[in-house]
Design a protein around this ligand. Structure first.
Ligand SMILES: [Zn+2]
Length: 421
């Protein structure tokens, strides 16, 4: 194995006479095996010492100081020559290097000496190109960038203020956890991540994101993302981009300050787990009837306990339009068929119209100007196998229902709802 590092060599015999140690030099340390003997050595080489300095390993290491290993620093004291070598390297590489060195010293790799080199190569490959990286302190942050083969990356609790742009180059990344930091926005290019399935941005500062700052939650993520955790961000609104994540299985927006969730939440037909607890919600969108959840948590909100009969005699409020405009009909089809669109294809005003003006009927169909509205009661047990609600709140809550047609108004409502201009 070869370890790139910054190296300082202190000759103990000289330092005892008051000699100062050298400055760190960019070097490489390699663990090698004598071709004919049953011994190993470390070879240190750099630009000034291309041939390298050799240190025997077996029985020649006086002491190994690993107290600051988590900061990427290690000292090895050799008996002959009496040198202390101070190594500074990436923590993860340094750990793998010591792991191999330990195997050589203790002889745990001795039985397969002929394969030590290949063993080293294998282990090197594993650590140089790891698929998983967990960073929970600043000292563990890779100062030379992330290995491009990463599939699972956790950067948690280190008070980062922005997303490392190096993450955008991790084309194989499937799981990203950046929870418990101070991040408030993510660049729009993040939508180009090709394989991201699980994203945890909880416990950050995303309440500082404006509605335009959420455009990263589109593009490829619409197809790839299956789990999204946005909990504990003091969010006052939930971006409408969320309803485009058509393969989402799990959504957690708990512990925010949401007064409503997007009307089109029912578009997330694959959603199985929805957590909206600990917000300021007093009702849910009618389209939530489209969901078939496994678990739903709506506890600690502002839902009032509803009387099942309280809305039966309420007169629905209808938007007064005889027939839908061509614009509305076209927009309905674009949304129903799941066409991809953005401001590079159609005018930005149309993008806004499609994203922000659409109402969703309990049947799932979008409508814009032709609809009727009614506040209906919903028994949450009809949409989820398990429901967690306030102990006194009951299972029946209010929903904002926008009916796209007479037929839907009839199906989802007792009274006929007129659609007139
Ligand atoms: Zn409908």
């Amino acid at each position: 194995m070869k370890l790139p590092c910054a190296l300082t060599i202190l000759d103990r015999s000289l330092s005892s006479h008051g000699k100062k140690s050298n400055k760190p030099v960019n070097s490489t340390i390699a663990i090698c095996k004598h071709p004919k003997a049953d011994k190993h050595c470390l070879i240190v080489f750099n630009a000034k010492n291309a041939n390298g300095t050799k240190y025997d390993v077996n029985g020649n290491i006086q002491k190994l100081h690993t107290k600051f290993l988590n900061e990427g620093k290690v000292t090895i004291q050799f008996k002959h020559p009496p040198h202390d070598i101070y190594i500074q390297a990436t923590v993860i590489l340094l750990k793998s290097f010591l792991s191999i060195l330990h195997g050589v010293i203790t002889g745990t790799s001795k039985t397969k000496d002929s394969r030590v080199l290949s063993l080293s190569v294998n282990v090197t490959a594993k650590f140089v190109a790891p698929t998983k990286l967990v960073i929970k302190s600043r000292s563990e942050y890779p100062f030379k960038g992330f290995p491009p083969t990463l599939e699972n990356l956790t950067i948690e609790g280190i008070r980062r203020c922005g997303l490392d742009l190096g993450i955008l180059r991790l084309t194989k990344l499937k799981v990203l956890n950046i929870s418990d930091n101070n991040i408030s926005t993510i660049p729009e290019e993040f939508s180009l991540m090709k394989n991201l399935k699980v994203l945890d941005i909880s416990k950050n500062h995303f309440h500082q994101s404006s509605s335009r700052d959420w455009r990263w939650l589109s593009g490829n993520l619409c197809d790839t993302l299956v789990s999204l955790n946005m909990a504990s961000n003091k969010l006052k609104f939930l971006t409408v981009y969320i309803i485009k994540l058509r393969n989402l299985h799990s959504l957690d927006v708990s512990d925010n300050q949401l007064k409503e969730i997007p009307n089109g939440i029912g578009c997330l037909r694959k959603l199985k787990s929805l957590r909206v607890h600990s917000n300021f919600l007093d009702r849910l969108p009618g389209s939530i009837k489209c969901l078939r959840l496994v678990d739903l948590n709506v506890s600690n909100n502002r839902f009032e306990s509803s009387d099942q009969e309280s809305f039966v005699n309420q007169i629905p409020i209808s938007k007064t339009i005889l027939a839908a405009s061509l614009k509305e009909l076209a927009a309905q089809k674009v949304l129903e068929l799941g066409f991809k669109y953005d401001a590079s294809i159609i005018p930005a005003t149309l993008v806004f119209y499609l994203d922000s003006d659409a109402k969703y009927c309990p049947c799932g169909k979008p409508c814009f100007n032709v609809y009727s509205y009614k506040c209906n009661n919903l028994n949450l047990s009809t949409i989820s196998d398990a429901v967690i609600t306030n102990p006194l709140g009951g299972l029946i809550i209010k929903t904002d229902c926008y009916f796209c047609s007479h037929k839907c108004a009839r199906i989802y409502n007792v009274n006929r709802v007129p659609l007139v201009r």
